[in-house]
Design a protein. Structure first.
Length: 678
């Protein structure tokens, strides 16, 4: 008996030692007014939003890996309540709702995770993620009413079962969580949510909230870090005019952290008001537009330059964490009903969104396809990783106007960040859908260093070093520093000059690639080389094949486009698609087997839906980009698909971008099978 007791005690002691040993190696996470500090080192992270429940579970590993290769260093994800408890009391954490498995995959990739746990998330989900049955309980949602908070506590307890042992203190990846989203009431409600979470066992290095809108009563200092955002355009705008709203302000360097353009359909007009005390927090974002969705009434087409310009401007304005919404698109999962936001649901009925599609024009699309800004943003992310510790304590200075009007072209938009005689100059000669001009004889000066007069071409967006790593100044963009080697990008239209601190000046340098330095340890790259620096060159050879598409019947009578409760045109109902034009698409039997391939449909019309065996699998509001579907997701053996198109109506009360085909009627232009972008 004594021997057994001794063995138990020895085992217990071993567990204690293991726990203590594990605790000793968990990096300390703290923050101050400048940045996050991990293991004593200042960091400038890249946070990418991806919704795990909007991606099939067997794709998570590849998609998280692609996010990391794109330069993402923190994963953010919503936990949508109605994705896991659509029926009261029945929680579903299986398949693509398996939160624990998703977090474990992030851990395998050594990526910290920020959970946004609601109860209200929005995310263009039905009722903002709050299940329908909650609205039958006679309580006010998003309030401190006990009935509601009791339901939230049950939700949080369920989420906690998924994250036990995966918190940062346990050596896991879970580093923070956000409570609710875009809340404008009293901070007492947010604090009530935090007390519930911490009482259950959430114990994380920090907690967050959206920094907009302003709370009617603030939370106590330090309880939740406010995170901000900006977008190039917004589907939520009630206007159907091009460049409506204040989105142009996202392309101006400015000290004001928040946006006056986000969620205007809910929040109305917002003023540029500095919230007292916010300057004591680090300047972080959680919703910097990696793209934009399409509502039925407003369908923005965003460009790679939009995302890159906004990110660079935020960094130059002092932000020390760039969080993209979205970084990876997705597809709404199956449910008891459609899980998209519409004007006809009981809550969060601001806009009509596609039933399935949540591509968001993100750097990584709905099916994991890469868009150009995946690569463009990546070079900025390399810079943040390699120079973040140097950048983080630098203060921002704004030599140009901070209140430039939409399309104003009176001067160059630029700023610099500096500390201790070193700095980075940030330049942005880009404004979405505006006609800017080249800026001539520009004189830039920072940290006591005056650069030679430059001509800054239209569209130039860059970061120039001043007194960095032996470089006095350079007219090429600093990209990365690895193993003592410094990598720079030659900017289009600007001759590359590198002035070294030893007095040597090198002019009119030409890119030699990553294998041959232009001087000492400095390597000069083309833009294409910079975007793919350090990436492994692998993957399948690009191939495109034609698919067979046959028209079965034409469209019936045009539907009447109604205006919904929130004063925007309503999307077609399921019944409306009974009068849609019908096409049969035949897929070669082996098309989905030999590597991943996309079905790409170019069409004329208003809306498109794709069906397999009578079941809706994909949809899109036409906005100028092809309608895509990942063929590997088809049920085994499926070779016949049905495409339904509703005609575009003349003078429909919707915004269509320049790229969209505005011809009334409907028709299929081409149907191909491709692996391009995968």
């Amino acid at each position: 008996m004594k021997r057994i007791v001794k063995q138990i005690l020895l085992c217990f002691a071993a567990v204690i030692i293991a726990v203590q040993s594990n605790a000793a190696i968990v990096p300390e996470v703290r923050w101050d007014s400048k940045s996050l500090i991990i293991d004593g080192k200042r960091v400038v992270p890249v946070m990418g939003e991806v919704h795990y429940s909007r991606i099939p579970a067997d794709e998570w590993k590849d998609e998280v890996r692609k996010m990391k290769e794109g330069g993402v260093t923190i994963i953010a994800t919503y936990v949508f309540w109605n994705h896991v408890e659509e029926q009261e009391g029945i929680f579903n954490w299986s398949g693509q709702r398996d939160l624990r498995r998703f977090i474990e995959i992030c851990h395998e990739q050594q990526l910290p995770v920020v959970l946004r746990i609601g109860p209200f998330c929005h995310g263009e989900v039905r009722n903002g993620g709050i299940p329908d049955w909650v609205f039958t309980k006679g309580c006010r949602t998003r309030s401190e009413e006990p009935v509601f908070l009791n339901m939230v506590e049950r939700l949080y307890r369920q989420i906690f079962t998924q994250i036990q042992g995966l918190q940062w203190k346990d050596g896991g990846p879970l580093i923070a969580c956000q409570f609710d989203n875009e809340y404008r009431g009293s901070g007492d409600y947010l604090m009530a949510l935090k007390r519930i979470a911490t009482g259950i066992g959430f114990d994380l290095p920090f907690y967050t909230r959206t920094g907009w809108p302003e709370l009617s009563k603030p939370v106590p200092f330090g309880e939740m870090l406010p995170l901000y955002g900006d977008y190039a355009d917004g589907f939520w705008e009630r206007s159907i005019e091009e460049t409506a709203g204040n989105y142009y302000k996202a392309f101006n360097f400015k000290a004001f952290r928040s946006s006056t353009a986000i969620a205007t359909e809910q929040l109305g007009d917002q003023k540029e008001k500095l919230i007292e005390g916010d300057e004591q927090y680090p300047y972080f974002t959680c919703e910097l537009g990696g793209g934009m969705m399409q509502a039925y009434h407003r369908r923005p087409f965003v460009y790679p330059e939009d995302a890159y310009s906004m990110a660079l401007v935020k960094l130059g304005s002092g932000s020390n964490l760039l969080g993209y919404y979205m970084y990876h698109g997705g597809t709404n999962p199956e449910g008891l009903t459609w899980l998209n936001e519409t004007q006809r649901t009981v809550a969060t009925n601001y806009n009509d969104l596609p039933v399935k599609n949540y591509d968001f024009q993100a750097p990584l699309g709905e099916f994991g396809q890469t868009l150009p800004h995946y690569y463009m943003l990546r070079k900025l992310h390399l810079f943040m990783q390699d120079y973040g510790e140097m950048l983080a304590p630098m203060e921002a200075t704004f030599p140009s106007k901070q209140d430039m009007a939409k399309g104003e072209d009176s001067c160059l938009r630029w700023a610099y960040r500096s500390e201790g005689g070193s700095g980075f100059i940030f330049i942005n000669n880009y404004d979405r859908l505006q006609k800017l001009t080249a800026k001539r004889n520009v004189q830039l000066e920072a940290c006591g260093v005056r650069l030679p007069k430059l001509t800054i071409p239209v569209g130039t967006m860059c970061i120039l070093p001043v007194n960095i790593d032996g470089i006095k100044y350079a007219t090429g963009q600093l990209i990365a520093k690895r193993d003592g080697k410094i990598y720079m990008e030659q900017l289009r239209g600007i001759p590359t000059t590198i002035a070294l601190q030893n007095g040597k000046v090198l002019r009119n340098l030409k890119p030699q690639g990553a294998d041959k330095p232009v001087c000492g340890n400095i390597y000069l790259l083309t833009s294409e080389q910079a975007e793919r620096l350090f990436m492994q060159q692998c993957g399948q050879e690009e191939a495109t094949f034609a698919a067979t598409c046959t028209k079965v019947r034409g469209a019936g009578p045009l539907r009447k486009i109604t205006i919904g409760v929130n004063h925007a045109a309503e999307e077609p109902s399921d019944d409306d698609f009974a009068d849609a034009a019908v096409y049969k698409i035949t897929i070669p039997a082996d098309a989905a087997k030999n590597g991943k391939r996309l079905l790409r449909i170019s069409y004329q019309g208003d809306c498109a839906r794709l069906y397999a065996n009578g079941k809706l699998i994909a949809d899109q509001f036409q906005y100028g980009r092809p309608f895509l579907y990942g063929l590997w997701r088809l049920p085994e053996g499926t070779t016949q698909l049905e495409l339904r198109l509703l005609p575009l109506q003349a003078d429909a009360p919707i915004y269509l971008p320049r790229e969209a085909d505005k011809t009334p009627g409907e028709g299929v232009k081409s149907v191909v099978i491709t692996n391009e972008g995968l």
